[in-house]
Design a protein around this ligand. Structure first.
Ligand code: NI
Length: 172
């Protein structure tokens, strides 16, 4: 299921989508994720959520407003990329080094039917790109920079480039 393409949502304000968004926020908060895509809870629809004030899985990350994207479209701005450690609630306890575009624009609707049009950089852009990849059945492990910089967190601590999260005890 995680490797399938999700389908477009016809009506972003339907009660079915409201329920889905509620379930996704419950799941994301429970696992203290930075973001979540609908296929991660078994629903193959093009819906992602993200956002937090402070995130224990990525303690150095800046706050991102809580956001719902339905049928998101991403435009990559510029050619600059950035490498950073990435994890996924669907691959518990692991991290890998992934290169992502630094600067993006994303457009979507939210579950109130509002149009979203936003530019993001750095970690914010990374989260959006990671979650939207889930909608196309793509996991971050398909984008690893170097297989040696991928593994379970305790093993990665031997890697010179690994900068361990300050506290990652919430990883389940
Ligand atoms: Ni993920």
């Amino acid at each position: 299921m995680l490797q399938q393409r999700s389908v477009e949502v016809g009506d972003p304000v339907s009660s079915e989508i409201q329920q889905l968004v509620d379930d996704m926020f419950d799941t994301m908060r429970h696992y203290e994720g930075a973001g979540l895509a609908a296929p991660q809870i078994g629903v193959l629809k093009r819906v992602v959520i993200f956002g937090f004030e402070h995130n224990s899985r990525y303690p150095a990350a800046p706050a991102i407003p809580e956001t719902v994207l339905i049928n998101p479209v991403i435009e990559i701005l510029g050619t600059e990329e950035e490498q950073d450690w990435e994890g996924c609630l669907s691959l518990p306890g692991m991290r890998g080094m992934v290169s992502r575009p630094l600067h993006i624009r994303y457009t979507a609707h939210n579950h109130y039917g509002e149009q979203i049009d936003h530019e993001a950089k750095g970690f914010h852009a990374r989260v959006v790109l990671h979650e939207c990849d889930h909608l196309d059945g793509i996991l971050y492990i398909q984008k690893l920079t170097d297989i040696r910089e991928f593994g379970f967190i305790p093993e990665l601590q031997y890697s010179e480039r690994y900068t361990p999260p300050l506290c990652d005890s919430s990883e389940k």
